[in-house]
Design a protein around this ligand. Structure first.
Ligand SMILES: [Zn+2]
Ligand SMILES: [Zn+2]
Length: 160
């Protein structure tokens, strides 16, 4: 699937291809909640880094989250003019980028089921909307974004 995305003010536009575009995974960790998830979680999807094209890259800034043991290797890219979080890049997985679902303008597929992760990090007022087939994890999930798409039959055939 070809994905088009942008920040709110329009200074940054980007596009990428994704064989695994379903926005099924909600992360309740403090970084996602504080930077991109006022409602209690953020959703990152997946794209192929080699297909990433950016307009207005001079308006991008990067946040590497402060962790207990230093600074996260994950680079969170956002528009320095309007603050929209756009995607995450981690040099440990250089073939991937992880766009925020909120930054994508293309109509995304509806998830047939969801995965809720880092539930151990959420405050009590956030009541997750857990469906009958959803998976829940206090920490990290037991399957990758690609594996979830294969299990649920939502991966695209063009994938290699
Ligand atoms: Zn902007
Ligand atoms: Zn998170």
């Amino acid at each position: 699937m070809h994905l088009e995305g942008s920040c709110h003010c329009g200074a940054v536009r980007f596009s990428c291809d994704s064989p695994h575009p379903v926005p099924y995974q909600r992360c309740y960790c403090s970084i996602c909640r504080k930077t991109a998830g006022s409602g209690g979680y953020a959703i990152n999807i997946m794209g192929r880094a080699e297909t990433l094209e950016i307009e207005g890259a001079e308006n991008l800034s990067t946040y590497q989250a402060k962790m207990e043991d230093g600074v996260s290797q994950a680079e969170r890219r956002f528009c320095r003019l309007c603050g929209s979080h756009l995607w995450l890049f981690d040099s440990r997985w250089p073939e991937l980028i992880h766009p925020q679902a909120s930054a994508i303008d293309t109509e995304l597929p509806k998830p047939p089921q969801k995965t809720h992760i880092m539930l151990g990090s959420k405050p009590g007022w956030i009541v997750p909307d857990i469906g009958p087939n959803d998976k829940t994890f206090d920490g990290y999930p037991d399957e990758s974004i690609a594996d979830w798409h294969h299990r649920t039959g939502t991966a695209e055939e063009s994938e290699n």
